[in-house]
Ligand binder design. Sequence first.
Ligand code: NAP
Length: 233
Amino acid sequence: MERIAIVTGANRGIGLGVAGRLAKEGMLVVLTARDATKGETARRILDAEGSQVRFHALDVRDRGQADRLADWLDREFGRVDVLVNNAGILPDPRRARALDISVEVVREALETNLIGVLNVTQALAPLMKRRGSGRIVNISSELGQLAGMGVGTPAYRLSKTALSALTRMFANELAESGIKVNAMSPGWVRTDLGGPNAPRTVEQAADTVAWLATLPDDGPTGGFFKDCKPIPW
Ligand code: NAP
């Protein structure tokens, strides 16, 4: 049976590019999105390119929806091979600083970019553990690097720094289960989030995600990568 890959927030941007790329790698991709109309439209775009893609609704903030996705995956395929935690938001107002950011904005960023990853990974990891293999890729950001922590977008930065910590915890907890968990930075990419002036493409980001999603058994786990090379946390 083909490998089953789940991508969150895959109706546009990097998630859509990753879904198309993993389908081209021969995986059956489950494209998830919180808006069913947007998700079905995205699935049809990939379908027209000849990719094998299914759609399932998923708002990553909703643990109940993540559990229902896990039940559906178990019934349909009995397995999950790849999980790409891509869904993310950048809710900071322009020129926000940690000293004046509203805690509501910080909560909003954490709810999607951190708790969302917890919800989906907690729900789906048991399906990987049962088979003793899996690849989890968390789409993070260099804005979350402690090594180069700067000013601006404090809520987003906090959520991605926390995602780095969570990546390492998951990697440690799943190391004996044959599951590799890594984070990657796509760089600054032309999407709705990145804006039109970003120098990088969705396809460049998808290259590193595809590499991490298809790591051999002796590949790395608990790492942070950009362009298939390690970068500092
Ligand atoms: P994007 O074009 O804004 O797309 C974000 C996607 O996430 C959309 O499909 C959105 O769905 C989805 N999403 C947001 N909240 C969700 C939720 N609660 N449940 C399910 N889906 C949700 O952004 P992008 O640039 O592709 O970003 C993708 C990932 O890359 C994010 O994690 C981002 O932090 C990271 N990243 C991007 C850049 C960049 O320069 N673009 C740089 C570093 C890291 P809706 O259409 O329903 O809103």
